[in-house]
Design a protein around this ligand. Structure first.
Ligand code: MUC
Ligand code: MG
Length: 369
């Protein structure tokens, strides 16, 4: 039986300012959910957002209040091992709130996988890989600093895929910045961009043409999420891969993209999809429709990153890798044993459930009171 649900907000500074077209992050608010069960088992989930309400329609504060006041009371007393039944109830009664639902579903599945003594990936269909390629986002806002940072990552053998955050400067300036980095890093390194919706369709036509000519591999969410027709036209016009991110809020959006040939690649995010199970459905649609897959992040800490890793490890096709570097952007580790990043890959945890344990002493210090 589910006996208690607790939401913990913890503010953690980032290792450097992280500049997106929608916000500059100096710190990240981790939103951690702990579900306790009558059999003594507990499960953890995470619902971290980016830049408060800058990126999406849920904030850390709204997630906490909505779980505390509206979601937890529906779950307390329910059978903890019946995760699908619990989530069906929440999905029927609670509109929206995808991030909150994701954290709850993750915590319930973590608890259930621990109860069964299996890694979470095995409840999600079973892993087909034990390690995932991980991109690093260069977002200092300064070309020379970004090149130095990328060279350091290559040297450490931590990342050889780089995503550049652009869209806040004029298109020509952004293109010059990206191509200078691509030239410095060379052909063996994959360089991608994330425009975070900043371009008009005409900006995108100019920007993508120049980036494609310069050898950039992937263009993420160039236009506004709701401009799906523009996105489809761009995907059909250019041969460089275009990826939907902010436009993808779960299986129904995935189906619409598949129906209208609207994109080449999906950035699958467990929070944006509304949970691990709907995120698996997004991936299933992609695989059925021949759309490429990329494992996305909302810059979560260790709990959400581990949950995402368990799901992405089940994807048969993962042509564009992942960006599960969230914990590495933070100055504080909140897991007792950090996730392992080596040889350009994240190792998918192998213990029961998420296979990670939050460090309660650290969280006691970091949590908001
Ligand atoms: C996004 O839009 O992809 C993921 C990596 C990063 O640096 O920002 C996020 C959000
Ligand atoms: Mg993105």
């Amino acid at each position: 039986m589910i006996t208690n649900i607790e939401v913990i907000l913890a503010d953690v500074p980032t290792i450097r300012p992280h500049k997106l077209s929608v916000a500059t992050m100096q710190s990240q608010t981790l939103v951690l959910v702990r579900v306790r069960c009558a059999d003594g088992i507990e499960g953890w989930g995470e619902a971290t957002t980016i830049g408060g309400l800058n990126y999406g329609e849920e904030s850390p504060d709204s997630i906490k209040v909505n779980i505390d006041k509206h979601i937890a009371p529906l779950l307390i007393g329910m059978e903890a091992s019946q995760v699908a039944k619990a989530m069906a109830k929440i999905r029927k009664i609670i509109q929206g709130n995808r991030f909150a639902k994701c954290a709850i579903e993750t915590a319930l599945l973590d608890a259930q996988a621990r109860r069964l003594g299996v890694p979470l990936s095995e409840l999600l269909g079973g892993r087909v890989r034990d390690a995932l390629p991980v991109a690093w986002t260069l977002a200092s806002g300064d070309t020379a600093k970004d090149i130095a940072e990328a060279e350091q990552m290559l040297e450490l053998r931590r990342h050889n895929i780089f995503k550049l955050k652009i869209g806040s400067r004029p298109v020509a300036d952004d293109v010059a910045h990206v191509l200078a980095i691509k030239k410095a890093l060379g052909d063996a390194v994959s360089v991608r961009v994330d425009v975070n919706q900043a371009w008009s369709e005409l900006d995108a036509v100019r920007g993508i043409a120049a980036l494609e000519a310069g050898g950039i591999d992937l263009i993420e969410q160039p236009v506004r999420a709701e401009h799906t027709a523009a996105m489809a036209r761009l995907a059909q016009r250019f041969s460089v891969a275009l990826m939907a991110d902010e436009a993808l809020h779960g299986p129904l959006d995935a189906l619409a993209f598949a129906r209208n040939d609207g994109t080449d690649v999906f950035a699958v995010k467990i929070t944006q999809s509304g949970g691990l199970v709907p995120a698996a459905q997004v991936a299933a649609v992609a695989q059925l429709a021949g759309i490429g897959l990329y494992g996305g992040t909302m810059l979560e800490g260790g709990v959400g990153t581990a949950a995402s890793a368990h799901l992405f490890a089940t994807f048969g096709e993962l042509a564009f890798g992942t960006e599960l570097f969230g914990p590495l952007l933070l100055t504080q580790e909140v897991l007792r044993t950090p996730l392992v990043y080596q040889d350009f890959m994240l190792q998918v945890p192998t213990g029961p459930g998420l296979g990670v344990e939050p460090d309660m002493d650290k969280l006691r210090d970091l949590r908001r009171r």
